[in-house]
Design a protein around this ligand. Structure first.
Ligand SMILES: [Zn+2]
Length: 498
């Protein structure tokens, strides 16, 4: 009997699909052999004797382990203890949900996931104070770029706001404070979230937690974390600290004597720079103004000269970069900064892209790190707030056709950490009974899978493998969304199922 933590040496009777399957001569059931965490052979089933710890694949479909390329790990992990506001259809409803909610053990009330850009009424301080009184109460926008606080919370945090709304830097500061829980509590939540991710076939993620992650992850590994690989981001406020410690993108960051230490799970990721706002907070930097707000073209939160300088310093220090750019002006500015600095890395989100910028991604080798589910979650927001924009909204097919490498993510907690949701969204461009939204931007199943993995199933590759109930290359949108995952392993070690 195998179980979580077992080191598998033979997986019997699976069907190989996705990247790597093109190297096989037929699609008959196969056995996968693993040595030292690496795939050593793939052979027709029972052609070679099984050895070591054996996992009976029971005819499941085997594919490379999935990656989520954009996660706010602690924020996502703590979302389970916060009040879900995704269903609130108005400011009044959100306030009343918080009124009925129980406070956290620390005496505060925290809700997350509201979308005020679709509300008929405005959030006000009086409304929230009336519903929550003296209990410090915090509501975090689904896009994390704004927060709505009551008077008690504003006083506690030392902020001032006429309507209780804080945006961009101030909102990030509030999130940072709310996420800075006692490490034991935070690490326990991250451990549980990692197990949930593994149950969806995840074997790696890029962590954009807005904190000094370089010590947090080795601490979690020392405490037994082993659910998936992590590339952790560094923020500009820690850039000098990272440089002085010699952190370089791609290098291993582990330590300690714990059994899981030294297995190669934790690596230094990119320098993350947030260069504009968001659509939901109406701060994404765009070519055209927001309706009803003719002076508002969104904000470039980092001036162009400073952005180029940050990218230049990062590049000279051996760090890749991940530039958050949502509006088309921000995407152009990010590409300009990549051009002058020679930086390597990603543009995160790229939700509104000028036609003339598509080819620039490809020429510069900049990876588009996109969240396909956002296109569906934001469909109505776009209709209301971006209807007058002339650039391409939520491009996938357009970027692909321009030869751009795409990587998928969830931006959890903005969308749930579930790679199958992203794959289904990219393939179908709908998640309700409406027609596909901009069907020309759909990707094929094979392309969507390619954007969700880092490896292939072939000898010499890491044994990061997910076993699934359906062949994703043939599954319907609904089956992709609900994909049954029976087992997941990282470097041959079972992280889920068995
Ligand atoms: Zn994010």
């Amino acid at each position: 009997m195998t179980g979580a933590g077992a080191s598998i040496q033979t997986i019997t009777g699976v069907r190989i699909t996705g990247p790597g399957s093109e190297f096989l001569v037929d699609d008959e059931p196969a056995d996968i052999f693993i040595d030292d965490g690496v795939i050593s052979d793939i052979a027709p089933t029972r052609a070679l004797p099984a050895r070591g710890e054996v996992l009976d694949g029971q005819g499941a479909w085997a594919l490379p382990g999935l990656w989520d390329n954009h996660v706010h790990t602690v924020q996502w992990a703590l979302a389970t203890e916060r009040v879900a506001l995704g269903g609130a259809a108005s400011a009044a409803e959100a306030a009343s949900i918080m009124s009925a909610a129980a406070p956290l053990p620390d005496g505060r009330k925290v809700g997350s996931g509201f979308r005020d850009a679709l509300w008929p009424d405005r959030p006000t301080l009086a409304l929230l104070d009336g519903a929550t009184g003296p209990v410090p109460t915090y509501l975090i926008n689904a896009d994390v770029h704004s927060t709505w606080l009551n008077s008690a919370a504003l006083r506690l945090e030392g902020f001032d706001s006429a309507d209780g709304m804080l945006r961009e830097q101030d909102a990030f500061e509030i999130s940072r404070r709310l996420n800075a829980v006692d490490p034991a509590r935070g690490d326990a939540a991250v451990m549980a979230a990692g197990e949930r991710a593994a149950s969806r076939g995840i074997t790696g993620l890029v962590d954009f937690d807005m904190a000094w992650n370089a010590d947090a992850w080795p601490r979690r590994i020392a405490a037994g974390f082993a659910a998936h690989r992590v590339e952790f981001a560094i923020y500009p406020f820690d850039l000098q600290r990272a440089i002085s410690q010699g952190l370089r993108t791609g290098e291993l960051r582990e330590g300690g004597d714990a059994p899981e230490a030294g297995r190669g799970l934790i690596r230094v990721g990119p320098l993350k720079i947030i260069s504009d706002g968001s659509l939901g907070t109406r701060t994404a930097a765009c070519s055209h103004s927001y309706p009803g707000d003719p002076q508002n073209f969104g904000v470039l939160t980092v001036p162009p000269a400073e952005l180029s300088e940050l990218l230049t310093i990062a590049t000279g220090s051996g760090l890749a970069v991940a530039v958050h750019a949502i509006g088309d002006r921000a995407v152009t500015g990010a590409l300009d900064a990549f051009t002058v600095s020679g930086a390597v890395g990603t543009i995160e989100h790229a939700q509104l892209v000028r036609h003339s910028d598509l080819a620039r991604f490809g020429r510069l080798g900049v990876i588009a790190s996109v969240q396909p589910q956002h296109a569906l979650d934001d469909r109505d927001l776009v209709g209301r707030h971006w209807a007058g924009q002339t650039s391409i909204g939520y491009p996938l097919g357009a970027l692909r056709d321009a030869g751009v490498e795409l990587r998928f993510g969830s931006d959890a907690p903005v969308a749930p950490l579930d790679p199958w949701q992203a794959i289904a969204a990219a393939v179908t461009r709908t998640d309700d009974d409406r027609e596909p939204w901009h069907p020309e931007e759909r990707m094929t199943r094979a392309q969507a899978l390619q954007a969700s993995v880092r490896t292939a199933l072939r000898p010499g590759e890491p044994a990061d493998i997910a076993l699934c109930g359906f062949d994703p290359l043939g599954a319907s949108g609904a089956d992709l969304r609900a994909m049954p995952v029976t087992a997941t392993m990282v470097a041959g070690r079972l992280s889920f199922g068995g």
